[in-house]
Design a protein around this ligand. Structure first.
Ligand code: CA
Length: 521
């Protein structure tokens, strides 16, 4: 799939990686008047002048790994308390309908940085790095005079912990990292930071925030939590032992669903399988098997307590350094996570718990306290939104759009539908290829085989307004035939608009019971 890198919307730049970068720059120059004919010296003067302007906000972007949208007490979680995250929502905006365009770590992270769909930025799995020449919002802010730092989990390019372009300060590690005693590369020097990951990256972030900053700054803080292997810090290990956890009802309502969902039940990504190592004897479809599932849910949730504490420390550091109200403070997750819904764990699918993520934004110069945004926003919207609010040059030819107008009460013309994509992974053979469209009221999902032949899996259709839990697959309901035709046409239109056609993907080799290799679990 490497030859699909950088297929910008509406224009296929090149299939050859070697010349693709030059072509990309050329395309940008042709299409972005701010770049075309730019007088470098004059531009640098402008940047220098802007550097003294107090109105350019700082940006702190906190990104968690696999935190689903409802893992916040302000989102109504039944037992998790997140007072520090709730405060950001209370003092800023909570985007209640925030989604990712691919529910997988690296592709989504690349979409956050670039504003592009995975089929354009080329990070289609968790083993591909963000190409060093690909434009991103951190690089753009850096070009425009921002002091930039990346601290924590980068998670694109499994074996490479080197500083990525666009960052003045770099503290990250290879691949997934470890919850305890993780080895970081801090500006070129590798060292083990003893202790719990969430605290270690927070210490680094607070230390960096407390330094003198003569220019506006961008800090991205990438957490490992709540990613597998769910490992709460010691003081939170048992805080939910008293909470009763059951399999969700939808786990037992699989009639009318595609057969692959039933096949997934006993796999690495199903509720009767090993549940990421929490269950030793598997498959276990017995009612008693819920006890390991309950431990799994408790541990996942408990790791978020530390993230909340971390957010409180970041908030306090901003306040004590006098930066708080001049900082665009953003909290988001890279993808959702299924906690037993439809019998599934993990993400990747297009069902609601997988694609919905939290998005909280605080910036009192723009956002009234207690703002709630109901329009559908996407991970690809983050980059254009930050650049818009910072007054920076936009990225050319991207898919996302700035949600700044939503914060200003302007909702006319906002998107009412969007396209979702996921490609089958041989290393994780538990989810087919997924293509789908979500509107405010409906969702259509289908599972292409990958060779252009007719689909071999049943498609899914949900009337979300009446069935937000996606219990009733209406795909075979004759009364919905017109809706299916309408959504198929809309899906095609959205794929065309985003440059996703012709659509290429791996061959679906089926759902398998084999476990993933130990090194990538
Ligand atoms: Ca993730």
């Amino acid at each position: 799939m490497r030859d699909r890198l950088f297929m910008l919307p509406g224009r296929r730049v090149s299939r050859c990686l070697g010349i693709v970068v030059a072509a990309l720059v050329a395309v940008s120059a042709q299409t972005d008047p701010a770049v075309a004919g730019e007088d470098t010296a004059a531009y640098q003067q402008t940047v220098a002048a802007q550097g003294n302007c107090p109105r350019r906000p700082n940006v702190v972007f906190i990104l968690t790994d696999d935190q689903r949208w409802d893992q916040l007490s302000c989102a109504g979680h039944p037992f998790l308390k997140t007072p520090h995250l709730d405060r950001i929502a209370a003092e800023g905006a909570w985007f209640r309908n925030m989604f990712v365009t691919t529910s997988l770590c690296s592709p989504s992270r690349a979409s956050y940085l670039s504003g592009l769909y995975a089929h354009s930025h080329g990070v289609l799995d968790n083993f591909t790095d963000f190409h060093e020449e690909l434009p991103s919002f951190p690089r753009r802010l850096h070009e425009e005079g921002y002091e930039t730092a990346y601290i924590g989990k980068w998670h694109m390019g499994e074996e490479d912990d080197r500083r990525r372009p666009g960052f003045d300060y770099w503290a990250s590690h290879k691949g997934q990292g470890t919850y305890y005693d993780c080895t970081f590369n801090i500006n070129g020097t590798r060292q083990v930071l003893e202790g719990y990951y969430t605290h270690q990256v927070t210490d680094l972030a607070v230390e960096w925030l407390r330094k003198e900053h003569r220019r506006p700054f961008l800090l991205i803080l990438g957490h490992k939590a709540p990613h597998t292997p769910f490992t709460p810090e010691r003081r939170y290990l048992h805080i939910y032992d008293h909470v009763r956890i059951k399999y969700p009802e939808s786990a037992f309502q699989l009639d009318g669903k595609p057969a692959w969902i039933r096949q997934r039940l006993v796999t690495w990504h199903g509720i009767y399988g090993p549940i990421f190592g929490f269950r030793e004897d598997f498959p276990d479809p017995s009612p008693e098997g819920v006890k390991e599932f309950a431990q799994f849910v408790r541990a996942y949730t408990a790791t978020i307590k530390s993230v909340d504490d971390s957010t409180g420390r970041i908030y306090r550091a901003l306040k004590e350094t006098g930066h708080l109200d001049d900082t665009l403070l953003i909290f988001a997750g890279d993808n959702g996570f299924l906690l037993g819904e439809h019998g599934m764990t993990d993400k990747r699918t297009m069902h609601e718990p997988s694609i919905r993520v939290p998005l909280l934004v605080r910036y009192p110069r723009l956002i009234r306290p207690g703002t709630v945004i109901d329009q559908m926003v996407l991970n690809i919207d983050l980059a254009p939104s930050i650049l818009d609010i910072c007054g920076a040059r936009p990225l050319a030819k991207i898919h996302g759009r700035s949600w700044r107008p939503l914060l200003e009460g302007q909702t006319d013309g906002w998107r009412t539908a969007w396209y979702y994509e996921y490609n089958y992974e041989k290393q994780f053979p538990y989810t087919p290829n997924v293509r789908g469209v979500r509107t405010e009221g409906w969702k259509y999902i289908h599972y292409p085989h990958g060779d252009g032949s007719p689909d071999r899996h049943l498609a899914e259709l949900y009337h979300l307004t009446e069935d937000p839990g996606e219990r009733h697959n209406l795909i075979a309901d004759p009364a919905c035939a017109g809706k299916v035709r309408e959504l198929k046409a809309l899906l095609h239109q959205l794929m065309e608009q985003t440059g996703a056609l012709p659509d290429r993907m791996p061959l679906d080799e089926g759902v398998k019971e084999e476990l993933p290799e130990q090194s990538i679990r």
